[in-house]
Ligand binder design. Structure first.
Ligand SMILES: [Zn+2]
Ligand SMILES: [Zn+2]
Length: 111
């Protein structure tokens, strides 16, 4: 847990619930400061992350993918990550996905 000091009196501030949200509050002089909203956004993104299409790869997942020589239709880069996924009915061939290593553009290729 982060530690924050009051800009007014330099006392250690505490996290308190106020009106449904959490704020930093100085117990000595009563100074209140918003908790950085960026932290909350990150937490929400993690919770709502799903395996729905379009496919979003985590950074570690990307590093594990093989790279192939493939020209990106958007920026012309000649290297892309490559993976195969069964996206439709099981009796249909799987779809090949490519992701540009430069601009991050994702496209698919049916066979
Ligand atoms: Zn204070
Ligand atoms: Zn590209």
């Amino acid at each position: 847990m982060a530690i924050k000091f009051c800009p007014r009196c330099r006392s250690m501030m505490v996290l308190v619930k106020e009106g449904g949200r959490t704020v930093w509050k100085c117990p000595k002089c009563g100074y209140v400061e918003e908790v950085n909203s960026a932290v909350k956004l990150v937490e929400r993104a993690t919770i709502t992350k799903r395996d729905d299409k379009p496919i979003v790869l985590t950074k570690s997942g990307e590093e594990a993918l093989p790279k192939v020589r493939k020209v990106c239709p958007r920026c012309g880069n000649e290297e892309a990550y490559f993976w195969v996924q069964q996206t439709r009915a099981a009796d249909e061939p799987p779809t090949r996905f490519y992701k540009c290593t430069r601009c991050g553009y994702v496209w698919r290729e049916y066979e």
